[in-house]
Design a protein around this ligand. Structure first.
Ligand code: BES
Ligand code: ZN
Length: 622
């Protein structure tokens, strides 16, 4: 066993390679961060106060991460201090060095963000100006100078100043009024969870410990989307792990240019408005961000090389929650199925989707990053981002669940692991060590696991056996298409009317795969909008994405055709990278690279800086 652990230790870095700071030399006691929102100038004016304890007497400087920040002044223990800003290193920014002499340090820095800040976006919302931030993985250093590594956690006091309502990563104080908003974060959090939003936000209740925040035109729709399931999600997750420790769980629905599906900001989970489709069909994102309250926010990956510990665990918990919800619904609706069996079928169905995206990613993505544990030295964590940490991470945990004897055996480990590491950051070696510690009687099973392959090799693991009950309803329709694709008159809307949204997504994605190997005539594809009009009209982003991929990839459309024009303009209305990045690839494949670039140029100001950069990389524009 210790051989395995030693090997794991030797493969990943001890010290976070993605920070320029000397974080290992200090203990952060607490941090106070004040941010003032200047909508006209599109910047934030900030003041941060770190209470630090030096761990070694020989250390005579604090080195912090900073990138694209304007530093105005630095004080050490209340006295003006000298400081140095190093030349910018690509990706990681400019180290900020401050000399120190004592063991207890109060470090106060006044600063301003600049127009290059990659953590914030100022845009025009539906009812006024809108600011939000997103720091994961290493964008916090463009928002405030800090130890920008998930290895460092601190409790915080936050102050937001703005003429519009503010939310930050903490519990709002009772007396928030006027232009000054206070939030306390009594649980230690890493820098990437620091966040600010300011906009004309309204709020409505969606559960006993939950409100939804959004701008006026959307707020009641948001309430409808979430209120039925919010508290159930919380209770199920609490049963699975342990009590929710963050007090309140609020959903913060941002604007359409928001680049992610969601982000697990403590107390105020950020969510894309593309979830609000009116039929509660995208709630797994809400379950996912909630699950992060344990995996990621209480127990944090120590460096981005172990990102799978955040996302793999979260997908694991998310799928358990969705399975439990399916059980509840089966009982409520009196479906003619055994709720226990149905719940597991739903969980397995979600795994099939996950497996498909893992297969897809393993065949198309940089093999270095199809490993579970990464080497990020000199690399930008944004470039390593893919479905791998989510799905390979998930299937690693599922493999352990099955090997160790199923849910009854695995569930107690979940509680043990999260209790053991809560309030801390952890890594892959400690995770495996904990398995051996928890299962002293299952050493043989653990020894039989191919740790090397799972953790350090590129590509697909062995395919797990999954229950295909719900997928087979989809596959039989796909089979019919494969057999009779030249007779489109055999197909119509009734084929799909009983599909859940998730099944429709699987249907479209599988069809796209199967059509690769068939000589299907574009004229048949051009009839699809008439065959399945509900897909053609759908407002669900998942369907819009997959549907247009199918049409534009195989339909031989021209850039002047309505299908292409409509899809190109849709790409200018959603900033969620999950849709935007593949969307441009579809335009490249189906029309031309020049056309895709022209469309991007038209929409680029709408996108969040992270999204803009990623699409430019995808399209090869500098
Ligand atoms: N923490 C991630 C979002 C993220 C990852 C932001 C890496 C920046 C860098 C969030 O929890 C997430 O995974 N969101 C997914 C939701 C999905 C898996 C249900 C998303 O945005 O699509
Ligand atoms: Zn996540």
């Amino acid at each position: 066993m210790s051989k395995i652990i030693d090997k794991i230790k030797s493969k990943a870095h001890d010290i976070d390679p993605c920070t320029l700071s000397n974080y290992t030399k200090f203990q952060v006691e607490c941090t106070e961060l004040q941010l003032k929102v200047l909508f006209d100038e599109k910047i934030l004016q900030g003041k941060v106060l770190f209470n630090l304890i030096r761990k070694e007497n020989s250390i005579n400087e604090v080195v912090l991460d900073s990138k694209y920040l304007k530093i105005d002044s630095v004080k050490v223990n209340n006295e003006k201090a000298k400081y140095e800003i190093a030349k910018e290193v690509p990706i990681y920014g400019s180290a900020l060095t401050i000399p120190i002499k004592s063991n207890k340090i109060q470090l106060e820095i006044e600063f301003e963000t600049t127009s290059k800040c990659s953590a914030i976006q100022f845009i025009q919302g539906d009812t006024g100006p809108f600011l939000f931030s997103q720091c994961e993985a290493i964008h916090a250093r463009t928002l405030f100078p800090c130890f920008d590594t998930p290895a460092v956690k601190s409790i915080y006091k936050f102050i937001g100043i703005s003429n519009l309502p503010v939310t930050m990563s903490g519990i709002p104080r009772e007396f928030n009024k006027g232009e000054v908003y206070h939030f306390d974060q009594p649980i230690p959090i890493p820098s990437y969870l620091v966040s600010i939003t300011s906009a004309n936000l309204q709020k409505l209740s969606i559960g006993p410990r939950s409100d939804v925040y959004a701008e006026e035109p959307l707020i009641t729709k948001c309430q409808f989307e979430f209120e039925l399931d919010m508290e159930n999600f919380l209770k199920i997750a609490e049963n699975l792990v342990f009590d929710y420790e963050w007090g309140v769980f609020n959903a913060l629905v941002l604007c359409l240019s928001y680049p992610y599906g969601g982000m697990e900001i403590p107390q105020y989970s950020q969510l894309t408005p593309t979830l609000i489709c009116g039929d509660r069909s995208q709630l797994k994102v809400l379950a996912h961000e909630l699950a992060h309250s344990w995996s990621g926010n209480l127990v944090t990956n120590e460096t981005w090389e172990h990102f799978w510990l955040n996302e793999g665990w979260t997908v694991y918990l998310e799928r358990r929650i969705i399975g439990e919800i399916a059980k509840l619904k089966a009982k409520e609706r009196g479906l003619n199925v055994d709720p226990e069996i149905y719940g597991e079928e739903v969980r397995q169905f979600n795994m099939i989707n996950g497996w498909n995206s893992l297969v897809e990613t393993c065949s198309n993505f940089n093999p270095d990053f199809t490993k579970l544990v990464w080497n990020l030295k000199g690399k930008d964590p944004d470039d390593s981002f893919s479905k791998i940490p989510y799905e390979k991470g998930f299937f690693f945990l599922y493999h352990l669940e099955v090997k160790l004897g199923g849910l009854n055996e695995f569930d107690p480990f979940i509680k043990y692991y999260f209790k053991k590491f809560r309030y801390q950051s952890t890594n892959t070696a400690k995770f495996v060590e904990t398995l051996y510690e928890f299962y002293p009687n299952k050493r043989e099973i653990l020894d039989s696991i191919d740790w090397d392959k799972w953790l350090f090799e590129s590509g697909l693991p062995e395919e797990p056996k999954l229950d295909k009950t719900l997928a087979n309803q989809v596959y039989s329709l796909v089979d019919k298409w494969v057999e009779f694709y030249y007779q489109p008159e055999l197909f119509n809307e009734s084929d799909i009317e009983n599909f859940e949204v998730e099944q429709s997504i699987l249907f479209l994605e599988t069809l796209i795969e199967k059509f690769k190997n068939l000589e299907i005539s574009p004229n048949i594809i051009k009839q699809f909008p008439k065959i399945y009009p509900s897909y053609h009209k759908s407002l669900n982003g998942e369907i819009v994405s997959a549907w247009n991929d199918l049409l534009i990839t195989y339909g031989d459309y021209e850039s002047a055709d309505d299908v292409v024009i409509n899809f190109a303009s849709w790409l200018g209305t959603v900033g969620r990278m999950k849709y935007v990045r593949p969307g441009y690839k579809v335009l490249v494949k189906g029309i031309s690279k020049d056309y895709a670039i022209a469309v991007f140029q038209k929409h680029k100001d709408f996108y969040h800086p992270i999204c803009r950069t990623m699409v430019m990389k995808d399209l090869g524009i500098n």
